[in-house]
Design a binder for this molecule. Structure first.
Ligand code: GLP
Length: 243
């Protein structure tokens, strides 16, 4: 893993965004894996600014999102579909038909997951963007998830629901389940960039990088991947040993 530590979130976001901008410039038909949550918001703002200034085109990219809440319609204000459209897609020239986000509003979730896996197998991700949960989750792969898992339906950890309750009007409204790419899908990406900022991520970041490769910290699976770049602010990097 390559670790890059920045003084602040703005610098981190600018540098992480360059990974995507350069990828899309070098291959306009790139396959990009997107993430939700607050961590990649700065990166998305940088992509939007760059698009306005330099016209970097996303017209021919294919996108896959990591996850989606189960049981809420895609037009729900907290669906990840809505998040991606509001915070990125509607501001750039991505083609809607090239956007893939698992549906959490289906009566045949098994079929939905199988179709998502097939599409991912056919179109390997060039760069996957990741955040990390305080419990070390990636996507919605909670501690205990098998490393050979593919897209599946999951039960959310109570702590994850509590962390995400800030986006809802109450904890009761936070869905209890989600659909997520599995760890194997994530490891199949050619490159992974992971973003973490703030002291509340310092323990998870430490376990991901210095802890044992173990299901108790899903992000530790990334130690098995040979092309991972971790973008941290100095607060999230606090527990790492100085090089
Ligand atoms: C959420 C998402 C993850 C995200 C993580 C951290 O539950 N499913 O993809 O990386 O939690 O979120 P945040 O970036 O808001 O701290």
């Amino acid at each position: 893993m390559k670790i890059k530590v920045f003084d602040n979130y703005e610098e981190l976001s600018k540098n992480a965004a360059l990974e995507i901008i350069n990828q899309v410039k070098s291959n306009p038909e790139s396959v990009i894996g997107f993430a939700t949550g607050s961590s990649p918001m700065g990166l998305y703002n940088e992509l939007i600014n760059d698009y306005k200034l330099n016209n970097t085109s996303y017209r021919n990219i294919l996108s896959f999102n990591l996850d989606e809440y189960f049981g809420i319609d895609r037009n729900h204000s907290q669906s990840y579909y809505h998040f991606m459209h509001t915070n990125l897609f509607k501001h750039i020239d991505i083609d809607d038909k090239n956007v893939n986000i698992p549906s959490g509003y289906t009566n045949n979730v098994k079929l939905e997951c199988e179709a998502y896996n097939k599409k991912l197998d056919k179109n390997p991700i060039d760069v996957q963007i990741l955040g990390i949960g305080r419990n070390g989750h990636i996507g919605f792969n909670e501690p205990g998830t098998k490393f050979d898992s593919v897209t599946h339906q999951v039960e959310l950890d109570e702590n994850t629901r509590i962390d995400n309750a800030r986006f809802f009007s109450s904890l009761e409204e936070v869905p209890t389940q989600a659909v997520t790419m599995g760890i194997k899908n994530i490891l199949n990406s050619k490159k992974v960039i992971l973003i973490a900022s703030g002291e509340n991520k310092a323990d998870a970041v430490y376990s991901m990088i210095n802890g044992p490769v173990d299901q108790s910290c899903p992000a530790s699976a990334l130690q098995m991947h040979d092309n991972v770049v971790v973008f941290l602010d100095k607060f999230a990097a606090k527990k790492l040993k100085k090089a």
